[in-house]
Ligand binder design. Structure first.
Ligand code: NAD
Length: 485
């Protein structure tokens, strides 16, 4: 499908109560193509009035949506899954155009997001409760679960379909209504997804979308409004902290999927080829712009040189280019600011004594491209090991003992995921238990599955998306004490 068709079909207004309309003050924000730096189109730039109108619509729709039979709610999600699969190419192109990743990666994201909708469609009919005899025998304990109520869902730009799908799926399944605030860089996919959910049968007002370039101005009044009952945020840890402070004002329930700083540990007994395969995925999926991206490679000193050489060779085979080019392996970074950050992190590491083994040079020409880069001999205490890189840069350090590897791996405020390569079962289990992370990739460079609880510990977040407990983030328990005379 020609690029302009896929963009022209997206409704570009603020979506309130099933109607796409211009922003209250008529403003627009420009969506850029990161492969060229050129504007793609303009989208309504939502204002605080639009945010409030969206909340009003969500509040108005809450009662009837909560009363809609679970099977019906589940069927909406299942239909949305099927429609997404049918239109995978269209959605993939949209993701690539506004976010930059290769079409192959965008197709994988569509499938991943659709799978979450299907999973939560199945969960809608499994919301359970319990009934038991109270401790002293005089009362019965009835426990039911009810939707939390209207939610604010704030999403990042790095997975413009998957991130909203992971929140909208459980909210819809649980019987919650919502206001979605997508990232200003990538509003198109979310707006198209909202339209598709409408086609799948989601009633007006259940899902409202406010694209805006003024996030805080739009979300603050909603967070102060007692009718909002839940905030689910995916984004950076600093913004997460700020939102948690605001949420304290109304003691709002929150789910936080925040930043990561994943260690990727390669032990001396690891299958090195498998570790390099895993590293390519853990480091380069989503151009390195993933919360679960391997950020710190910790490789046993005895195998570090061989691992580094193999990684350099594999990275050298990749083609960097526009995501729409079928030959492209690695698309551009999201914007100039992000590219500058990545380049600075690499330059600082080299100044501190790190060895540049591949990449590291900004390409000429337009677009926000950055080459796959490998740094070895990275000194302790470099910014690159403390901050989330969010780019295709592997920073490698060595270790000699298991205790040293664990100490280095856990020496971070983040705790989303850790990767571990070893062929020793005892060591695998021992180290997995001691990694201070919500998730571990054991001899695997990819974690995440709708049936698994995705989320972090420490400052990587609160709560889980997916798995048996994913829907709980959108449900309240109610205990009814029943008198039995
Ligand atoms: P960001 O925190 O800058 O923005 C995320 C969202 O919050 C955007 O929609 C943005 O407009 C909005 N926002 C920014 N400031 C705000 C404010 N003051 N009030 C309300 N909303 C505000 O993050 P980003 O750069 O878009 O995304 C990258 C970050 O997201 C990385 O740190 C990454 O690790 C994290 N992330 C985490 C997960 C996870 O599941 N743990 C998944 C994907 C991305």
């Amino acid at each position: 499908m020609p690029e302009h068709d896929v963009i022209s079909r997206v409704p570009k207004g603020v979506l309130v109560n099933g109607r796409s309309r211009p922003a209250a003050r008529g403003g627009t924000l420009v969506v850029e193509d990161p492969a060229t730096g050129e504007p793609l189109c303009e989208v309504a730039d939502g204002t605080p009035e639009d945010g409030m109108a969206a909340l009003e619509a969500a509040v108005a729709a809450q009662e009837s949506w909560a009363a809609t039979p679970p099977r019906r709610r589940g069927e909406v999600l299942r239909r949305a899954h099927d429609l997404l699969v049918e239109r995978a190419e269209e959605f993939a192109l949209l993701i690539t155009l506004e976010m930059g990743k290769s079409l192959a990666e965008s197709r994988a994201e569509v499938e991943y997001g659709a799978n979450y909708l299907r999973w939560f469609g199945e969960e809608a009919v499994r919301i359970d409760g319990s009934w038991k005899v109270g401790e002293d025998g005089t009362a019965r304990v009835l426990v039911t679960r009810q939707p939390v109520g209207p939610c604010l869902l704030i999403t990042p730009w790095n997975a413009p379909l998957a991130m909203p799908a992971r929140k909208i799926g459980p909210a819809v399944a649980a019987g919650c209504t919502m206001v979605v605030k997508p990232a200003p860089q990538t509003p198109l996919t979310t707006l198209a997804l909202a339209e598709l959910l409408g086609e799948a049968g989601l009633p007006d007002g259940v899902l409202n979308v406010v694209p805006t370039s003024r996030a805080a101005e739009v979300t603050e009044p909603l967070l102060r409004d007692g009718r909002l009952r839940k905030l689910s945020f995916t984004g950076s840890t600093p913004v997460g902290r700020l939102l948690l402070a605001q949420a304290a004002g109304t003691v709002l329930r929150t789910s936080m999927e925040l930043g990561g700083n994943a260690p990727f540990i390669v032990c001396d007994d690891a299958d090195l080829d498998a570790a390099v395969d895993g590293a390519m995925i853990a480091k380069l999926r989503n151009i390195g712009e993933a919360c679960v991206a391997a950020n710190r490679f910790l490789v046993h000193a005895d195998v570090a040189e061989e691992f580094s050489e193999k990684l350099v060779a594999r990275m050298g085979e990749l083609t960097v280019g526009a995501g729409t080019d079928p030959a492209c392996d690695l698309g551009p970074l999201i914007d100039q600011r992000q590219r500058r950050r990545v380049a600075d992190l690499v330059d600082d590491t080299v100044v501190a004594g790190g060895r540049l083994r591949a990449g590291g040079v900004l390409p000429a020409g337009r677009g926000y491209f950055y080459p796959p880069t490998v740094l070895t001999d990275v000194p302790e205490g470099c910014r690159i090991t403390e901050e989330e890189i969010f780019g295709p840069v592997a920073a490698i350090r060595t270790f000699t003992t298991e205790a040293e590897a664990l100490r280095a791996a856990n020496d971070t405020e983040f705790g989303l995921v850790g990767y571990l390569y070893t062929r020793d079962l005892d060591r695998a289990l021992r180290m997995s238990e001691r990694l201070e992370t919500g998730m571990v990739g054991l001899n695997r460079g990819y974690v995440s599955d709708p049936s698994a609880p995705f989320g972090g510990v420490k400052q990587s977040g609160i709560g889980r998306e997916g798995g048996d407990s994913g829907i709980d983030e959108y449900l309240e328990q109610k205990y009814v004490a029943v008198n039995v005379a």
